[in-house]
Write a protein that binds this ligand. Sequence first.
Ligand code: NAP
Length: 281
Amino acid sequence: MAELTGTTRLAGVIGAPVRHSLSPVVHNAAFAAVGFDAAYVALEVAEGRGADAVGAMRLFDLLGLSVTMPHKHDVVSACDMLTSSAGALGAVNCLFWSAGRLAGDNTDGTGLVRGLQGELGVDIDGRDCLVAGAGGAARAAVLALAGAGAATVTVLNRTVERAHVAAELAGPRGRVGSADDLAHAHLVVNATSVGMASTPTASEVPLDVDAMAADAVLVDLIYHPLETPLLAAARSRGVAHQNGVAMLVYQAATQFEHWTGLDAPIETMMTAARRAIGSTS
Ligand code: NAP
């Protein structure tokens, strides 16, 4: 990291818990790579105090804040303006200054779309997409896939009522489906937490890779572990696949671009993220 001086700007991530966050490693690597005079720290903010943290951003004229659970919803009302994705999702993961006003964005969904384009050359336009899950990550994915021109966005979820809420984010192209839809999807996204390290479901496979078309692309939003049982199945069957590191890095890239006005150094951020995940696996 460059020397901290009186001109160094401060950015950070607010959450609880937040000490495990990869964001400081990724953003500080990015600032250093482009020589931007800023430092990024993890800020533990107790549940219910998200709006106070937005006030602190104004008070200290912070460069920007990333927002993680449990604050993504309660910072919404403290922003001066919202991007269309943050408004539609009712959730903010990035605070930045826009012409002197404090803006809230949600960069998760565009992170998925940019990661697919940037790392696998996948263009969503006209594609049939299937999203498993209906939580925050799934909803961001559904909205962004529809926004990127998906022909259809089919949602599968254990709790069907939540699947309907998620599918509505894709408008008329969204619907709730079943496992039979796997065979017709060009892109399949696992946005459930099944397969995450440190959960009781870590060894479960949430989707049947054998039911997917051979030329489909599979994304698992999980990045810890780097290879989930689902991704291992895709690899052994020769299905194109991507883990959650790309979405993680590209959603951070959009945040970096909001804060600095510069293109994000993707390769640097990718290397920093992989190294940090590798050291905790
Ligand atoms: P969330 O809001 O808690 O949603 C969890 C989803 O997983 C729900 O749809 C839930 O279904 C489903 N689920 C949980 N356990 C299940 C089980 N045993 N069987 C079937 N479905 C199950 O979590 P989230 O924030 O959306 O995150 C979801 C995943 O995405 C996590 O693994 C997270 O690490 C990952 N993620 C990655 C990124 C990235 O940048 N790569 C960003 C955000 C999240 P119900 O609705 O039925 O409970």
